[in-house]
Each structure stands twice: as structure tokens, then as C-alpha cells.
Design a protein around this ligand. Structure first.
Ligand SMILES: [Zn+2]
Ligand SMILES: [Zn+2]
Length: 255
């Protein structure tokens, strides 16, 4: 199994995961054109995408879906409660609805949707399993939910939101209610919260951690990476750390 991140930040998110003969997109929050170009940079054509797994309906995860769904013959996988929201965005698309905690088979993948805590309709994280390895995919969550930890224990790779540095957030000049929303239990994970999650699930075979969904105003790649590296150093853990960016492709990582 391998993963590449086409783009990630509060401004737009899309990743591609591939195993055997199956290629999945996770979220489509950048333009269809950028998704096509990103896939081509990964050596793939749009036509090779067989499924699009959506985490939740916010525009930074679905902004490209309307155009994209007209260009690919791919099933959209999402919570059943997104039927109306995504149905309006991509009315002609084929949908499969997911239940948190219930694994589904998608080509060569087994995909486990898990509940996360975010101000969206039934938002989901995922654990993708193929080729005997597992990848956890957790973004847009205000805290670590009970469902997450058992699902993430044993993953070989983790794509994890590390959205903000609290000091930068408080100095950002944002309205207090927006700061409360981001820090609240339905908001986003801080760098330290991301570190806490890793501390709880780290094991010898966790090989890659991809820090994702960084806020451009309230975080920096250096700040996020330094916070996570200090957690790994304290654990004497050799996991490789990567930071996904908005404007640059994170090329294939073999899980
Ligand atoms: Zn988001
Ligand atoms: Zn969101």
C-alpha cells in the first residue's frame, strides 16, 4: 500500500492511496484540475480512481467533487447522512454509504470508517488495510474519540491532523468565537493533541507519520514537526515524520 498527499491544509485536502489494482482518493477539497495534475505527477490517470472516500462535507474536503464526479467513473463513499449534501453537489454519482465501525471491501482494500469529533454531519476518519498493512487517516477532529484508539493501534502509517499551535492561534487576531470553535471538542487537533494521540498508539512497527491539515495562519511545518519529533524522541521511536503541504505534492510513501 502507498499514499501520496496531493494537498493538505485548512484550504483544501486530497490524498491518493493505492494497493494492488485499486486506487482511492480521500477527499476532493481542491479543484478537479489540481487533482488530475497531482495524480499524473504520481504516475496515475484520473480514470484509474475507483473510489472517493469523503471524510465530511466541509468545502476544504469536497470543493472539487462536483466537477471531479463528472470526470471519473468512481463510487463516492461517505456517511449516509451526507446523502443530501453530496447528492446536491454530485447528483449523477454512484454512492455507497458507510457506517462508523463497519468495515467495507473496496477493491483490494478493507476500509474501516471511524467516528471523529467535528462540527460536520457524521464526520469520519478511516483505517485502510491492504497488502497486510494498515494506514490510519484522521483529520478534522476536536479531540481523540473513544473509537479512534483501538482502531489505530497497530497501524504502520498514520495520516494525522496537526492543525494549530495554541499560541499562534491566540495571537492570530481571529474572533474569540472562531478561536473557541477551533480549540473546542468539535474543532481541530492542536500539535500537542496530535502528539498525545501518537503517544497512545505508538508501537514498534509504526513507520510513517504524516502531519496534515496545518493551518496556514496558526501553524508552521517546522512548529508542527518539532512538536511531534519531541514526542517521538521521548519515546525513542524511529518513525519517519512527514509534513503535508498545501502547494506541494507529498510523493508516494510505501506504507
Ligand atoms: Zn478541513
Ligand atoms: Zn472540517
Amino acid at each position: 500500500m502507498k499514499i501520496a498527499v496531493l494537498a493538505s491544509s485548512s484550504r483544501g485536502n486530497a490524498s491518493v492511496i493505492s494497493a494492488g489494482r485499486t486506487t482511492l482518493l480521500v477527499d476532493a477539497g481542491i479543484s478537479a484540475r489540481r487533482i488530475k495534475l497531482g495524480l499524473e505527477a504520481c504516475g496515475l490517470a484520473l480514470s484509474e480512481v475507483s473510489g472517493i472516500c469523503i471524510t465530511h462535507e466541509h468545502t476544504d474536503h469536497t470543493g472539487g467533487l462536483a466537477v471531479l464526479s463528472g470526470k471519473v467513473d468512481a463510487t463516492i463513499y461517505c456517511s449516509r447522512y451526507l446523502k443530501d449534501d453530496l447528492g446536491a453537489l454530485a447528483p449523477g454519482a454512484r454512492y455507497t454509504f458507510l457506517e462508523p465501525g463497519a468495515s467495507v471491501r473496496i477493491g483490494d482494500f478493507s476500509v474501516l470508517p471511524i467516528s471523529v469529533s467535528h462540527d460536520a454531519v457524521d464526520p469520519l476518519g478511516y483505517v485502510f488495510e491492504a497488502d497486510g498493512v494498515r494506514l490510519g487517516y484522521i483529520t478534522d477532529t476536536g479531540n481523540v474519540t473513544r473509537a479512534m484508539l483501538p482502531a489505530l493501534r497497530g497501524v504502520q502509517a498514520l495520516y494525522l491532523e496537526s492543525n494549530y499551535d495554541p499560541e499562534m492561534l491566540h495571537n492570530s487576531g481571529r474572533p474569540p468565537e472562531l478561536i473557541d470553535r477551533i480549540e473546542g471538542q468539535w474543532g481541530h487537533l492542536s500539535n500537542d493533541q496530535a502528539g498525545d494521540l501518537v503517544r497512545q498508539i505508538a508501537h514498534a512497527d509504526l513507520r510513517h507519520i504524516i502531519l496534515a491539515h496545518l493551518s496556514p495562519e496558526c501553524n508552521t511545518p517546522t512548529c508542527a514537526a518539532t512538536a511531534m519529533q519531541s514526542v517521538l524522541d521521548a519515546l525513542q521511536h524511529p518513525a519517519q515524520l512527514h509534513v503535508a503541504r498545501q502547494a506541494e505534492l507529498l510523493p508516494w510513501l510505501q506504507v
